[in-house]
Design a protein around this ligand. Structure first.
Ligand code: SF4
Length: 322
């Protein structure tokens, strides 16, 4: 069995953007991405909002059909499969969304929320399903279970709702989970707990994770590899510790410098901000897409686009400096 679970090959997603009454132009939300996720591995996809990371996550789940390229899951090409041919995949790949409140039905109890995917995929009888629900709630530490099964989402805190979202994603024992900004909408006090829980469950069940975040500090902590995305392209890809210890791309360096200083004695130290606004994907700059914001730009940067290439063992970057 190959260690590779998901392979994304030259995937592009172009949307039509209407300008005026009759004209549309393509918006390159994702533009030629290659990525691989091994079994039991967590890959973090990091970048500012609007860079295409959520679209890439949705493509990897085949919630969107790419304009170009291939998506291969466990050796099977799922790029062009119709929904009825994807039922096996839907069981093996799940998502944890940013907003736990909008991703779970407010009129269903916790038990009903967790039972729904089991019924949909015809898993077990009533008694077996109840056992699975108890196990899933115990896994996400919503205990004592009897206290939670009958509750509705509005009776839970944001952190507890996200735990229900995680339990729902886990209940079918998937091999692949996309966690899209799973802690950005919950209390700061519960964020670390939820991330540690995800990591614990990932290790326990050997799940492959795509962890989508704007926060490179948590990406370093909770991932094996980090891919940095800028305007629809991967600009740097490396093992998580290596990438944070020795970032190469000027954009990655800027993201790391923008991380707030954790030492309370440095409270007054100014947090660096990345200069300029991210340019619009409607009209991306020519050459290197980061060049209007890059302090190191030089002669070729605004003419041709640099390719993503391996400049050190397992460390890829797309920048003319290397
Ligand atoms: Fe900066 Fe040029 Fe590298 Fe782009 S290619 S990141 S503009 S130095």
């Amino acid at each position: 069995m190959s260690s590779e679970l998901l392979k994304i090959e030259d995937v592009r997603m172009y949307f039509e953007f209407r300008v005026g009454l009759f004209k549309t132009i393509p918006v390159k939300a994702v533009d030629g991405v290659n990525l691989e996720i091994s079994r039991g591995e967590t890959l973090a996809l990091v970048g500012e909002s609007g860079c295409g990371k959520t679209t890439l996550g949705r493509l990897s789940l085949r919630l969107l059909k790419p304009t170009h390229g291939r998506i291969v899951f466990d050796g099977l090409d799922i790029t062009d499969k119709e929904e009825k041919e994807l039922k096996w995949f839907r069981r093996r790949a799940q998502a944890v969304f940013q907003d736990p409140y909008s991703s779970i039905n407010p009129f269903m109890t916790v038990k009903e929320i967790l039972e729904e995917p089991l019924i949909l995929h015809q898993v077990g009888d009533t008694e077996e399903r109840l056992e699975m629900i108890i196990k899933a709630l115990t896994d996400v530490k919503l205990t004592p279970v009897e206290e939670f099964v009958g509750k509705y989402p509005h009776m839970l805190s944001g952190g507890q709702r996200q735990r229900v979202g995680i339990a729902r994603a886990l209940i079918l024992r998937p091999e692949y989970i996309v966690a899209d900004e799973p802690v950005s909408m919950i209390d700061a006090s519960s964020r670390a707990e939820i991330l540690y829980l995800l990591k614990e469950l990932q290790e326990k069940y050997k799940i492959s994770f795509l962890y989508i975040t704007h926060d490179i500090a948590t990406a370093r902590h909770f991932s094996d590899k980090v891919a940095v995305m800028y305007l629809g392209k991967i600009v740097e890809l490396a093992e998580a510790r290596e990438l944070v210890r020795e970032p190469l791309h000027p954009y990655t360096k800027a993201l790391i410098e923008a991380v707030p200083e954790p030492d309370p004695s440095n409270r007054l130290k100014e947090r660096k901000v990345i200069p300029g606004e991210p340019p619009s994907p409607v009209n991306p700059p020519a050459g290197c897409r980061f060049h209007p914001r890059c302090p190191y730009r030089f002669e070729p940067c605004d003419k041709n686009e640099p390719e993503l290439k391996e400049v050190k063992a397992d460390h890829h970057v797309s920048c003319y400096l290397y």
